[in-house]
Design a protein around this ligand. Structure first.
Ligand code: UN1
Length: 504
């Protein structure tokens, strides 16, 4: 443990989480690294929910009239605070979610990046001017703040997912009510502190612009059900999305859903295998296979499949697995025992479906005792059977072969999920076919890079069971605003559209 420079307590103190806030509560937080108790956090009683909603509503009334570029100033300050807190927040992400140091820091960098993006965006919330068919008329559209946004986030990106939503929502004029994963309340508390510091420097931000709900599923349910929250942005399992979406739809709210992924890479016969191996290892074993963009299916041309698998096995055999805070570690722990059991169960199912498993064993030596450390698995499958079509949140890479490119694309698309995908090829016909309307059916499709590690500049999200939502870059901001069409008549006549006559 000599590489571990700071204890979790020191990091939390530096982030401003007081001892009182992390002791004596009912939400026990243990570290996936070694099972140590990080805190006992206080739960918010369900009865406080009304007050939360009231504060959000009055914050909305004030915030929606603040000019958007001025709202951007708050997010600029948030970006500054995040820069100052990067090392500490990154370390707390490692402690609470089990990420390796570089990925914990990377997650905070992603937050800083979205803040920068949102600051620029705050001067670019453009609507269109549209040609009117009526003389002396002007038609345009205006984007207005939509109201409080409920953000539900998962343990695996405990802070970045909040920031993608919050940075956009706040420049768009919407207050945020955040329900973080029950597994990661401490990083959420830290973000609330960081945001509060930015808000204090900003000066006149309304109270309740960001509120964090620490506690159980009852709070999330109340948030999802509330008529006062027009937008729910939920990241997590498909099961969670299936529960949330109908409730929000029934009250005509809008959902931004980021659910399961079952991401594939097609490797063509012309591919640069050296590069493909590096991309595969990062995207299949990074974050211990616990990203929604993790590479889970490798669809390799039969002419190179054996060589590729041999190279991968060699790379996997040398992977440094262990304490994620120790220098050089690339594979940290799974989040908890249930995740380890799910991995083992998926590998058993794969064997029963004819798969040959390499790796996938529990590591006991040289790792902190109470953490769930597993060797990442490579599983050669005879076909894309049930287990391959199921997302297991663990480092399992299923390998399938193909002969014709069309067949590879068909296999890639033949799963219920549609988040991310990629092709490794030097053949431009294959690359372009993959990106075409008849190619990948995913929200993200890449050429010669892996499916994970997306930048914030692009819209992030996917189709089918992934839920259809888009967050982060491009014009994802539009989901946080309401569109108003305005027609202005500057003539002295009252012509009707479509040539309708209605003379009185
Ligand atoms: C997630 O796993 O929930 O593309 C999101 C990536 C990250 C986001 C992952 N930028 O891997």
């Amino acid at each position: 443990m000599k590489d571990v420079v700071m204890t979790a307590d020191t990091v939390m103190e530096k982030l401003g989480i007081t001892a009182a806030e992390r002791t004596g509560g009912r939400v026990r937080v243990t570290s996936p690294i070694d099972g140590s108790l990080l805190g006992e956090v206080h739960e918010m009683p369900l009865s406080d929910m009304d007050a939360v909603l009231t504060r959000a509503k009055s914050a909305f009334k004030a915030w929606r009239t603040v000019p958007a570029p001025r709202r951007g100033e708050l997010i600029r300050l948030l970006g500054e605070e995040l820069r100052a807190a990067k090392d500490d927040l990154g370390a707390l992400v490692s402690w609470e979610a089990g990420k390796i140091t570089s990925e914990g820091l990377g997650e905070v960098q992603e937050m800083i990046d979205i803040c920068d993006f949102a600051v620029g965006l705050s001067r670019q919330l453009y609507g269109l001017t549209i040609a009117s068919e009526r003389p002396g008329h002007r038609m345009m559209e205006t984007w207005h703040p939509a109201g409080p946004v409920g953000v539900i986030s998962a343990f695996n990106f405990p802070v970045a997912v909040w920031s993608w939503n919050a940075a956009l929502a706040i420049v768009c004029g919407d207050p945020v009510i955040w329900k973080p994963s029950e597994k990661t309340p401490l990083t959420a508390l830290a973000c609330q502190k960081i945001f509060d510091r930015a808000a204090q420097r900003f000066g006149d931000a309304p109270e309740g612009l960001l509120q964090t709900l620490i506690g159980g599923a009852d709070l999330g349910k109340a948030l999802v059900e509330s008529e006062d929250v027009p937008i729910i942005s939920a990241t997590g399992s498909t099961r969670m999305g299936r529960a949330v979406a109908p409730i929000v739809a029934a009250r005509f709210g809008q959902c931004i859903l980021e659910l399961g992924g079952n991401n594939a890479m097609i490797v063509g016969p012309s591919a640069d295998l050296e590069m493909a191996v590096r991309a595969i290892v990062f995207s299949a074993v990074g974050t211990a296979g616990q990203r929604c963009t993790t590479l889970r299916r490798l669809i390799a041309h039969n002419s190179i499949k054996d060589e590729l698998v041999a190279r991968l096995k060699k790379a996997y055999a040398g992977l440094p697995i262990g304490n994620p805070l120790a220098e050089g570690t690339l594979v940290g722990p799974l989040v908890d025992e249930a995740a380890g059991a799910a991995m083992t169960a998926a590998l058993d199912a794969a064997r029963a479906e004819g798969g040959t498993v390499f790796g996938g064993e529990r590591v006991r030596d040289g790792v902190p005792a109470a953490g769930v450390y597993m060797t990442p698995a490579i599983v050669e499958m005879p076909e894309q059977s049930a287990v391959v079509k199921t997302e297991t949140f663990a480092p399992i890479l299923y390998v399938l072969g193909y002969d014709e490119f069309d067949q590879a694309v068909e296999i890639q698309n033949d799963v219920p999920q549609g988040l991310s995908s990629c092709v490794f090829t030097l053949n431009m016909r294959e690359a372009e076919q993959f990106l075409s309307a008849a190619g990948s059916d995913c929200g993200i499709a890449n050429v010669n890079i892996g499916p994970s590690g997306a930048e914030i500049g692009g819209a992030f999200g996917g189709e089918k069971e992934t839920g259809g939502g888009r967050e982060s870059g491009s014009d994802a901001w539009k989901a946080y605003m309401r569109r108003q069409t305005n027609t202005v008549n500057y003539s002295a006549q009252l012509p009707l559209a479509q040539g309708v006559k209605f003379d009185i």
